[in-house]
Design a protein around this ligand. Structure first.
Ligand code: SF4
Length: 314
């Protein structure tokens, strides 16, 4: 990639196109799991921003997994045609938090379907036991592409305590390093605009990611969802939400620090309007506007993914 590249960062769509020669669509599914940050194993109440295990509002874990996958594929084929591959994305709650047999059954179900080329498993960095990573490696060794998504959110431990993550930065580093000892890909989730964070905090988080052998990043703007602890804090005026311009500027700062081989899975957050309190740019209809604004910001700066080598002392 150079300063003249049309797209100033490596998007997931482009990565998939290059690797598979066609569109790859993620089918998001929900399993009847919970989370150690909700059931008392680590803490209770969950992360302050979390609504129902971060499950998309249209998904229901009561629908059998095979039906969820089948329905997701049908919807995608209607929209994008027959010439597509699929990833099954285990998104809600903590998808490595179960007994090995249950997890194996779920992952096995995902690869039963023709045209599924990979699985994507969302979890917490303190919930990646060796035997689960080994199980996931078996699928990678069979030729599937396997991503493990770890929520870090911030490299500031005070922030992690404030948002009740109930894990530390060290848990994240440990999980990444152990996962990367296997043929697995790691995607890190971060949130930009967390309460009381400064630009320096965001930069520090980006620098931590850049120093680790991660393969992908999801960058989310902080958004407030009805019914969460954070919603009450927001209504009490305890913190402010970034404007679109502020978010776009910080997001561009992060991208400039991330190495060019890191796939940027997303730069937006989408929440159903019936659940979203703020900001309005996290409503689904604003998704493309945010994406375009981030691209424009980088272009305006004459910068691109990985261009800020100075931040990394390189
Ligand atoms: S770790 Fe994930 S599922 Fe658990 S409370 Fe936090 S955001 Fe929700």
């Amino acid at each position: 990639m150079s300063a003249l590249s049309v797209v100033p960062f490596l998007s997931l769509k482009d990565y998939f196109l290059k690797r598979y020669g066609r569109r790859v669509q993620k089918i998001t599914v929900a399993l009847p799991f919970t989370c150690p940050n909700r059931d008392g194993t680590k803490a209770r109440g969950g992360c302050t921003f979390c609504y129902d295990g971060s499950k998309p509002s249209l998904l229901s874990a009561t629908v059998p997994l095979r039906d969820q996958i089948r329905q997701g594929m049908e919807r995608a084929r209607k929209k994008y045609g027959e010439d597509i591959y699929f990833f099954v994305y285990f998104q809600s709650y903590t998808n490595t938090y179960g007994d090995l047999e249950t997890l194996k059954k779920a992952y096995d179900t995902a690869i039963e379907f023709e045209d599924v080329v990979g699985i994507d498993v969302g979890t917490r960095p303190d919930c990646a036991p060796e035997e689960v990573l080994d199980l996931l490696s078996d699928y990678a060794e069979k030729g599937y592409e396997v991503w493990v998504e770890f929520g870090l959110q911030s490299a500031n431990f005070e922030t992690l305590k404030r948002i009740n993550r109930a894990h530390g930065v060290s848990d994240f580093v440990d999980a990444v390093l152990r996962t990367k000892m296997r043929p697995l890909k790691v995607c890190a989730h971060i949130i930009v605009g967390l309460p009381h964070e400064t630009r320096e905090d965001v930069i520090e988080t980006a620098k931590l990611l850049a120093s680790l052998p991660i393969d992908g990043v999801k960058i989310h703007p902080l958004h407030v969802i009805k019914g969460t602890v954070m919603a009450k804090q927001y209504e009490r005026g305890e913190f402010k939400i970034l404007t679109l311009e502020e978010y776009v500027s910080l997001c561009a700062d992060v991208i400039e620090i991330l190495p060019q081989n890191v796939v940027i899975h997303r730069v937006t957050g989408e929440v159903d309007e019936s659940l979203l309190i703020a900001p309005d740019y996290c409503s689904p209809k604003m998704k493309n506007k945010v994406l375009e604004a981030v691209k424009e910001e980088l272009t305006k700066r004459g910068s691109f993914q990985g261009s800020n080598r100075k931040a990394l002392n390189r």
